[in-house]
Design a protein around this ligand. Structure first.
Ligand SMILES: [Zn+2]
Length: 66
């Protein structure tokens, strides 16, 4: 059984692919931050940046697996 990382929506974030607001989620897996978008197929890995935690406000939400 693998753990499901908690995905959090990023308030005010705009998807770089479809340009919709508040659809971008972020989570941490294997010490790497990942982002994806609920409106399109956008998915991206980010290197760990501790500063980003302070600048970005996360809204914890529950979501369903599609
Ligand atoms: Zn998108």
């Amino acid at each position: 059984m693998s753990e499901h990382p908690l995905k959090k929506f990023i308030a005010g974030a705009i998807c770089p692919n479809c340009h919709k607001t508040d659809g971008v989620r972020m989570w941490k897996e294997d010490h790497i931050f990942w982002q994806d978008c609920v409106y399109c197929t956008f998915k991206k890995s980010l290197y760990e940046t501790p500063e980003a935690n302070n600048k970005t406000r996360f809204i914890p939400v529950k979501f369903r697996e599609i």
